[in-house]
Design a protein around this ligand. Structure first.
Ligand SMILES: O=C(O)CCC(=O)C(=O)O
Ligand SMILES: [Fe+2]
Length: 237
């Protein structure tokens, strides 16, 4: 493993990632975060000055668990993931728009994209740290926080299924127009990530591409505590 995170991101096989996104709608990432980095993120869960907002999921009927949105400036590794994953995803996002007959709208760098969010009044950072204890779960949802949104997001597993918790699989459900929905269950090992669509993806049909709608969530944690790191690219109002 390269010793710093930007290097590890630069070494990703983005051609394979693009192929997987095109074919399946999602792409697994190798362990970009090492065990020490995962541990440091988890240990900082109680370090309140790092976060702007804490959400008790049950209060909003989002599920059972808790998450915290990081405050600016983001911790270095969170900023590096957000900045480093954005450009390749923006290319796919623009290409996907083309498949649906729309023009490219996503600028090449995260800073340009965030400038657009900020101009639209979306100024609060959205990367988040999630914690689910036994009985915890996350209902199927989409992470949209205003008119400006980026069509991909990433999630990273910070601890290890079967060692630290059981259950708690990542769920991705694809709703096809006028057809039954399809579900994917994705289990990540500690430090591994997943790229997936925030809202839609193009799928080839008999008369060109059509859009399916995606929602994600987490199945019930049956024992232990599960931690994950969510990287959402658009900021929130
Ligand atoms: O905990 C998870 O794996 C899912 C978190 C989530 O909903 C997100 O990152 O947007
Ligand atoms: Fe989410």
């Amino acid at each position: 493993m390269a010793d710093n995170l930007p290097q590890r991101i630069a070494l990703l096989d983005f051609d394979a990632i693009q192929l997987s996104l095109d074919e399946h709608g999602f792409a697994r990432l190798p362990a970009l975060l090492n065990q020490t980095e995962c541990q440091e993120i988890i240990e900082a869960y109680g370090n309140e000055e790092l976060y702007r907002t804490t959400i008790n999921m049950a209060r909003y009927r989002f599920g059972v668990g808790e998450y915290k949105y990081y405050q600016a400036p983001l911790p270095a590794c969170v900023q590096q993931l957000r900045e480093g994953l954005y450009p390749g995803l923006a290319e796919v996002a623009n290409r996907w728009l083309g498949l649906l007959g729309q023009s490219a709208v996503y600028p090449p760098s995260l800073s340009e994209f965030l400038a657009r969010c900020h101009a639209a009044g979306q100024e609060r950072p959205t990367p988040l740290l999630l914690k689910y204890e036994e009985g915890g779960y996350n209902c199927l949802h989409q992470d949209l926080y205003g008119d400006v949104y980026f069509p991909f997001q990433a999630v990273f597993a910070l601890n290890e299924k079967e060692r630290d918790f059981t259950g708690g699989e990542f769920l991705l459900i694809e709703q096809r127009p006028r057809a039954q929905s399809r579900g994917h269950v994705i289990t990540l090992r500690q430090g591994e990530g997943l790229l997936f669509p925030t809202q839609h993806r193009p799928v080839p049909g008999t008369r060109g591409y059509y859009r399916t709608t995606l929602r994600h969530g987490v199945s019930t944690v049956t024992a232990g505590t599960r931690y994950s790191l969510g990287i959402i690219f658009h900021d929130a109002t």
